[in-house]
Design a protein around this ligand. Structure first.
Ligand code: IVH
Length: 677
């Protein structure tokens, strides 16, 4: 039993450590030396070791104490985690302001402007001032329980500075500082793993580590920007209150009385953003008063009282050092520009996609050229144009051509008539297999973390895997014998692979990598299969149905058009897939059958089938699709007479043509936005 004075000392130490943490990580104003901090921590650790009954989850010693998990439990959010509509220029921002003023019926509307942090949205639940649960956004309604990992982030208080009674849900953005992001990528490249495309993906990767110790190493931090459960009358008051409670709130924010003041602030941020130690991709403009917010309400998942002004795509000039050819999962050859490294919007860019040979010809891009490249938010960097005038006379600028042989396996390159793409014709090309495995284990597929490039390449070279199904037959011993695989990581990977045998059917179907079968088709197909099979059907039964189904039957499935149906049929009849499919069955993959679809709500898209094509500018494709689904609509990937509406953006091609040909209604993004309630 601890003595009263020991108990008191423990409380005292915790308070001192938490205060030091707060001053260092939240206020950025340390008051004690590192050695003194370490001494306090050691004293607390030894007292807790002697008296384990004194350990509480909020103790600062417990930040990295949670055991590694194999999966994250789902968490239903108390209130949905929303997303924001976007404004890409001043005009759109003015339109937002006008809408707000019109709906409120007055001209004076106060706004709060905040930086839009490029990280991962999270929810922190506090019960009576204690951090009890942290979750990722997930699909906005259900996220993942990442409490153990979030506990390791020192700018997240485990205890609020005031013991507020009841529950508070704090929302904010977890992010990786730019320096850590670059260091992480450097390490990954050295290990032969692909670099993260942006700080957001890197932060998401770190937050979703299975072992909190791995998260703790990443130097993550967080900014809080909203909360439910606090009694405040405005957003500006809320931010001040969050600060009082010990949460870290971004100092670059402003209360603006007019839109001109908002625009002024945005201008300042555009200048300042490159001096910040983290990535921001815009400014969030929120109506300040809670009463006004309530009156304005929501359109599906977006509040009408806020919008995100996105900074324009960042451009830079650099030189094409080479034009490489990558081989994708389907064997598609993609020309990729190797660039002289250049900093664009806070990250170093070394590669830009050139999409296909037609695009290379259109740009007339050649090795040695000076080019303007561009990177907008998440998008893969691309070459915008060539500075033809910068070409030096007498210097060679060789024209690029697709190779006749696959650059990876030397297989014959094929170029089907009428198609833009070139393919490697060798069905066992290691690049294809590698990509295929990469797709199979990806988050949207079987979701097996830790099976990265370096590992896949080694496994392929040793002849241990020739297709994704072979992963399930790897033994711990085989994994342990690989380079850089210690006992512990070998058994971790082994466990993760084994755990992946139970996955939702739609994910398994997506993981197979059937051409034209994306998220939404995999979902439709899974539901159709679930209607036909018992709830506990094994993968064997599923595959039997798919092997025998006809194209006509497939086409009768809601959401599946002709091209997709043909592709599914072709995949399950293809001789070279049969052994792979049988092997998956032998591996004991047990699909989780989907629940029946909830009845669709009434709304402008209720019961309607909608196709998006081309580029969307106001919101991501994912968001737009989720929006339509939430309004009772159905998304499909191809246009057929069953399609009710096609939303076409710039770059729309064959789908738009087809819609026009068969007389399906086509609207642009503007009109689509106008159709939203
Ligand atoms: S407010 C209803 N404020 O942007 C309000 N979001 O598309 C919803 N984000 O998922 C969010 N900084 O991940 C808000 N200062 C900020 C933000 C911010 C970054 C992210 C957040 C959210 C997404 C909205």
């Amino acid at each position: 039993m601890p003595t009263a004075s020991q108990e008191k000392r423990v409380a005292e130490l915790r308070e001192k450590i938490e205060k030091a943490n707060y001053e260092y990580h939240v206020l950025d104003q340390p008051t004690i030396a590192d050695e003194a901090y370490d001494a306090l921590m050691r004293e607390l650790q030894s007292l807790e070791a002697a008296h384990p009954e004194l350990v509480t989850p909020e103790s600062p010693t417990q930040r990295v104490g949670a055991p590694a998990s194999t999966r994250f439990a789902p968490v239903q959010h108390a209130a949905p985690m929303l997303s924001l509509s976007n404004a890409f220029n001043e005009e759109e921002l003015r339109a937002f302001d006008q809408r707000v003023r019109k709906l409120l019926g007055r001209d004076e509307v106060g706004y709060v402007c905040e930086l839009k942090i490029d990280g991962l949205a999270i929810n922190l639940a506090y019960q009576d001032g204690k951090f009890v649960q942290g979750a990722t956004r997930g699909d906005g309604l259900v996220g993942e329980d990442v409490t153990g990992n979030l506990r390791t982030i020192r700018s997240i208080p485990l205890t609020l500075r005031e013991r507020v009674k009841g529950r508070i849900d704090v929302r904010g953005e977890v992010y990786l500082p730019t320096a850590s992001f670059e260091a992480t990528n450097k390490e990954r490249i050295e290990r032969g793993e692909p670099a993260f495309a942006n700080p957001r993906n890197a932060a998401a990767g770190a937050v979703r580590q299975l072992d909190p110790k791995a998260t703790a190493k990443r130097n993550l931090a967080m900014w809080a920007y909203s909360a439910a459960g606090l009694d405040v009358s405005s957003q500006s008051e809320l931010l001040a209150r969050l600060e009082q409670l010990g949460l870290r709130v971004n100092p670059d924010r402003r209360v603006a009385k007019t839109l001109d003041e908002v625009i002024q602030f945005i201008g300042e941020c555009k200048e300042k953003r490159h001096t910040l130690q983290y990535g921001t991709d815009g400014v969030v403009v929120k109506v300040d008063r809670v009463a006004d917010q309530e009156r304005l309400g929501y359109v599906a998942r977006n509040p009408r009282w806020a919008t995100a002004f996105k900074f324009p795509a960042e451009q830079a000039t650099t030189t094409i050092e080479d034009i490489l050819v990558y081989v994708g999962r389907m064997g598609t050859l993609t020309p990729v520009a190797a660039l002289a490294p250049v900093l664009v919007g806070g990250t170093t860019v070394k590669r830009a996609t050139l999409h296909n040979l037609d695009e290379v010809r259109r740009l007339d891009v050649r090795k040695g050229d000076r080019v303007i490249i561009q990177r907008a938010g998440d998008v893969i960097p691309e070459v915008v144009r060539v500075e033809i005038d910068a070409r030096e006379t007498g210097k060679e600028y060789p024209e690029f051509d697709m190779p006749a042989k696959c650059p990876v396996c030397g297989g014959e390159v094929i170029h089907p008539e009428g198609e833009v793409a070139y393919y490697c014709g060798n069905p066992t090309c290691p690049a294809k297999t590698g990509q295929r495995i990469g797709h199979f284990v990806s988050r949207g597929g079987m979701d097996i973390e830790g099976v990265g490039w370096a590992l896949v390449t080694q496994l392929q070279e040793k002849g241990l895997v020739n297709d994704p199904a072979d992963l399930f037959f790897l033994t711990k011993e085989q994994l342990r014998e690989l380079d850089r695989f210690a006992e512990k990581s070998a058994s971790n990977i082994y466990e993760r692979i084994q755990a992946a045998k139970r996955r939702p059917l739609s994910r398994i179907l997506l993981a197979l990598g059937i051409r034209h079968v994306g998220d939404s088709t995999a979902d439709d197909l899974a539901r159709w299969l679930a209607d036909r099979l018992p709830k506990d059907a094994g993968l064997g039964a599923v595959i039997d149905v798919l092997r025998s189904v006809s194209v006509d039957e497939l086409q009768s499935i809601e959401g599946i058009g002709g091209v997709v149906a043909e592709s599914i049929k072709e995949y399950f009849s293809r001789p070279e897939e049969q052994e792979f499919l049988d092997k998956l069955v032998r591996a004991g993959i047990a699909p989780l059958m989907p629940a029946p679809r909830p009845p669709t709500a009434a709304g402008p898209f209720a019961g309607k089938t909608i196709v998006f094509t081309g580029t969307l500018e106001r919101r991501s494709r994912e968001d737009a699709e989720a929006l339509v689904r939430s309004l009772g609509g159905k998304i499909t990937g191809s246009v057929s007479p069953k399609t009710d509406l096609v939303v076409a953006g710039p770059g729309a091609g064959s789908k738009l043509e087809k819609a026009n040909k068969i007389g399906v209604r086509v609207v642009d993004e503007e009109t689509f936005e106008g159709m939203l309630p």
